[in-house]
Design a protein around this ligand. Structure first.
Ligand code: SF4
Length: 382
């Protein structure tokens, strides 16, 4: 029987490469990145060493994800160097999903064509909004015209698997404006849409303004309305709401790479702050670029810490991650993998959640309802 190329093989791992550079800091961003792009050549040389180092742990990958920061700040030559290093040390499967995050302000038709010739077959475009006032408020470097050009150029370059990232719940944003953003997004028929609710984390520029009461986020009830409107509009257009923030036009367009994170499948993360997971071991790198470069120059791996997850921790994570996905938790698989009977262990609470229409039990799966997905973070506390 022919293998289904879209089924995630459990013996193949995903590779994440972090590009920790941004030309400016977006107001809401809490990810680690620095503006010193003069360090990029040195960074790529260090990354090459780290790529080679793990070839005695991982042998093959069927997903690669270049995230950031801003991977689209890299020149084609720099991207080529990274891919040459990857291909030299690992087997990359012919059907591999190879994703790159791009910032609409950096790209052109020629750039996309060259990116595609390197084997990158999926783009995640950080559009966030088509409204210039909102883009300005968020501190994005691009405007709506550049967002539209980026989408059109990616299609002209032949990309047939693009994802559009959006942010909602911006202070003062009306549901009607958000609906228009969704309709505009749908007019480009992207294969994947991610919709994130704006959250203001400590230390971000927007949080400082928020703390001073200059800006107000929508109240909880309003946030729920945004969430449900998003789900309704995109599902009406035929998209599959397969994870709290993620929608795919077809099953085959669900992010295979991200599903590794949600299914406890192995992945290797390279670059500052990147996390890796194998078996019951998780480890992560130091987050400072300068420390990362220094340690690699001294032939040390820049691992900041490692944790071995106990059976209970793995179960809790599987529950937390599973209830964020539409598929939910396969109770038979859960029992085989984690040696626990979820329905029996949490019977009273699961009954209460079912009564409150937050989860449903069907065909051997425990699944969140749409309302359950909206409050997925608290569901996991059961
Ligand atoms: S481009 Fe992305 S990583 Fe960089 S500051 Fe903006 S949100 Fe953060």
């Amino acid at each position: 029987m022919k293998a289904d190329p879209f089924k995630i093989p459990s013996n193949q791992a995903g590779l994440y490469i972090h590009i920790p550079f941004c030309l400016s800091k977006c107001g809401y961003c809490s990810f680690y990145s620095i503006k010193s792009i003069n360090l990029i050549p040195e960074y790529i040389a260090a990354l090459k060493k780290e790529i080679k180092h793990y070839s005695n742990v991982f042998s093959s990958f069927d997903t690669i994800y270049l995230g950031g920061g801003t991977p689209s700040l890299l020149s084609i030559g720099q991207l080529e160097t990274i891919f040459k290093a990857i291909n030299k040390s690992y087997k990359i499967y012919p059907h591999a999903e190879i994703t790159m995050e791009v910032n609409p302000g950096d790209v052109s038709l020629e750039y996309f064509q060259a990116v595609r010739s390197l084997g990158i077959n999926r783009l995640n475009i950080g559009i966030q909004s088509f409204d210039d006032n909102i883009l300005k408020f968020l501190g994005r470097r691009h405007n709506s015209a550049e967002a539209i050009s980026a989408i059109n150029d990616s299609r002209k370059a032949g990309f047939d698997n693009i994802g559009i990232d959006l942010i909602y719940g911006i202070p003062g944003q009306k549901i009607s404006l958000w609906k228009r953003t969704l309709q505009k997004t749908l007019s480009y028929a992207p294969e994947h849409i991610s919709c994130y609710q704006l959250s203001l984390e400590t230390g971000t520029p927007l949080y400082k303004e928020y703390a001073l009461q200059d800006i107000k986020l929508p109240a909880e009830k309003e946030q729920l309305k945004f969430f449900q409107t998003t789900a309704d509009e995109l599902e009406k257009a035929g998209y599959i709401h397969y994870e709290v923030s993620n929608f795919a036009r077809k099953d085959k367009f669900k992010s295979r790479h991200n599903q590794r994170y949600w299914q406890h499948l192995p992945y290797l993360g390279l670059g500052p702050a990147a996390h890796s997971f194998l078996g019951n071991r998780r480890w992560w790198n130091t987050s400072a670029v300068k420390t990362y470069l220094k340690e690699i120059a001294q032939d040390k791996m820049p691992v900041e810490n490692t944790e071995i997850l106990s059976a209970e921790q793995l179960q809790l994570e599987a529950l937390f991650l599973g209830l964020r996905t539409k598929n939910g938790i396969d109770l038979k698989l859960y029992k085989t993998k984690y040696g626990a009977d979820l329905l029996k262990d949490k019977e009273t609470i699961i009954d209460a959640l079912i009564k409150n229409k937050l989860v449903e039990f069907k065909d051997g799966f425990l699944r969140p309802t749409c309302t359950g997905m909206a409050i997925a973070d608290s569901l996991a506390l059961i």
